[in-house]
Design a binder for this molecule. Sequence first.
Ligand code: NAD
Length: 356
Amino acid sequence: MGVFSAVSFDEHEQVVFGHDRDSGLRAIIAVHDTTLGPAVGGCRMYPYASEEAAVEDVLRLSRGMTYKSALAGLPLGGGKSVIIGDPATHKTRPLMLAMGRFVDSLGGRYVAAEDSGTSVDDLRVMGETTAHVSGIATTEHGGDPSPSTALGVFLSIRRALAHRLGCDDLRGVRVAIQGLGHVGFDLARRLVTAGAEVRAADMSAQRLERAERELGVQPMPIDEVMGADVDVLAPCALGGVLNRESIPAIRAGIVAGAANNQLRHDSDADRLADRGILYCPDFLINAGGIIDVHYQRSDGDRRNLEAHIAGIANRLDEVMQRSDNSHRSTAVIAEELARELLARQAKAPSQARIAA
Ligand code: NAD
């Protein structure tokens, strides 16, 4: 696979491959765009089937971070890193220290945060060899940005319902969640509290059982969740779940979840629109986490955090309106809006804030 010729390369500023013989580290850092600030993005650890798959993943995720931060009105650029390996068996302290050194070699152009396969504790280990890590502040939730991500998704679901049905009351609204991890569980809690009927699927029987016991969530089989007979489908586990095979089976009228890169291909956005399904673009509605990380990094007043996250739903409104008016998919509109904001904010960075 060529890197420069990959569709997802999309004019990345820098793609760096890192190797450490002693710890066995094999990692890639992608810096897509630093127009608005340092490229802040998660450090993912995953047992990629091939190096090509790792490159493709880091490029797509990194580009998504540029759009995410621009839409969220943050003075941050877009970047991402991946460590090739199974976090369950290959993660060691020397490996995370080596990753910290690799991040440090970019001199702050890239700042690492938690992602799937890495934890706040891993980031703290990386922090021993680089200052360029974030999301490790000792806040009341231990620096984990997931509750903020869940809040942004929750508010977006309400706004999408209001757009579709003219009412954002969640009582009796049926929601299916794929994945009850850090984000999915908190989202389920918020939805149940607001009166929604929540079903969920997860690989982990333990998480499912806990959600049933603590929240009254109705468990469902993994292979049935995408086609669940519900009003809202919330993918909160994996990328690529919206594709040629899954979309025809979706019965929900709204898809709104936290997982990154839910569309397997860009064309899957049209496939959803053709079926009349309202897709809330992932890189727009899951920005709560990066907003939280920004507040941690900049020592921002956390009393303003919720209002900033609420701005995500306002931005979603703008995207849904433009999509309706132009008959183009919400994903295309959100990318277009991100590029407009990037150009505008590059000229006036001090105004880089979403009106809450
Ligand atoms: P997590 O690893 O804590 O949770 C993922 C959950 O999905 C796990 O419980 C896992 O068992 C489950 N799962 C895996 N495969 C599944 C399948 N096929 N069907 C059903 N369940 C499955 O991750 P998280 O932090 O909750 O993040 C979830 C998604 O949201 C990821 O795609 C992540 O990149 C994205 N995201 C997370 C944040 C954040 O703040 N944590 C921010 C933005 C985006």
